[in-house]
Design a protein around this ligand. Structure first.
Ligand SMILES: *Cc1c(COP(=O)(O)O)cnc(C)c1O
Length: 229
């Protein structure tokens, strides 16, 4: 009898091995502990089978950028893998806040007052407190979500002190046409002066630089799962 192969995505395990090695190397050269860098496997647009292949390879932390897609893929996987950790890394509409609070462990795209208030209300209602990152628009790009660097301190104070949200860090997506390192450095500076330790920065193309600049979470999609369709 021919056994069905465990997965039709054998490359994913290899990619994960390579990425983990690169993360370890980057951490070492930055004289940082490798355990201080969490790899978030960004599985958006990729099928459940691809996520399963990553789970089989030991990956437990995943990122999705749409609540709807996260809902379609993850509740079932979580039954089998209760230690799975799901991060929402894409824009969150207020009317999806309930689902996001219910199904995500971390929400990285807190980017406005209204959303902060809706999340605070949902967390109280559900008695569930996913950790939060504030998205910062380090490049001040008009088309991009995120709090402008100059407004972050006040927003942090509002979220943490007034709304008592479980804030853990900052997240950024640097402009595609610029060197990312100055953006990573800026994010680190803003986080440090606000007493936030989480730094979600670095994607497939720039995670080594992000780790050099202190990233605690790197969000990697393409380099693990391949190109998105
Ligand atoms: C898609 C996405 C990523 C992953 O990008 P890759 O270049 O595929 O690694 C990281 N962060 C956010 C916010 C994303 O939307």
């Amino acid at each position: 009898m021919i056994r069905a192969t465990m997965t039709s995505f054998p490359h994913i395990a290899d990619h994960l091995t390579e990425i983990r090695a690169e993360i370890a190397k980057a951490a070492k050269s930055a004289e940082r502990a490798v355990a201080g860098v969490t790899l978030i496997a960004v599985s958006k647009t990729h099928p459940v089978e691809a996520v399963e292949a990553a789970l089989t390879a030991g990956q437990r932390v995943f990122g999705e950028n749409r609540v709807q897609e996260a809902l379609e893929k993850f509740p079932r996987l979580r039954e089998k893998h209760p230690d799975l950790e799901l991060h929402l890394i894409g824009p969150l509409q207020s009317n999806k806040a309930r689902d996001a609070v219910q199904h995500c462990d971390v929400i990285q795209s807190l980017d406005r007052d209204k959303l902060a208030e809706v999340l605070a209300a949902e967390m109280a209602k559900q008695n569930r407190r996913p950790k939060l990152f504030i998205q910062v628009n380090t490049g001040e790009e008009p088309q991009k979500a995120g709090i402008a660097p100059g407004n972050v301190d006040a927003f942090v104070a509002h979220c943490r002190d007034t709304l008592q949200l479980p804030l853990v860090g900052l997240m950024c997506i640097p402009p595609v046409d610029q060197h990312p390192a100055p953006h990573f450095a800026l994010l680190g500076k803003i986080a440090a002066r606000n007493g936030l330790t989480g730094l979600s920065m670095g994607m497939s193309g720039d995670f080594v630089s992000a780790i050099q600049c202190g990233a605690t979470h790197v969000r990697i999609g393409t380099a693990i799962f391949g190109k998105r369709g």
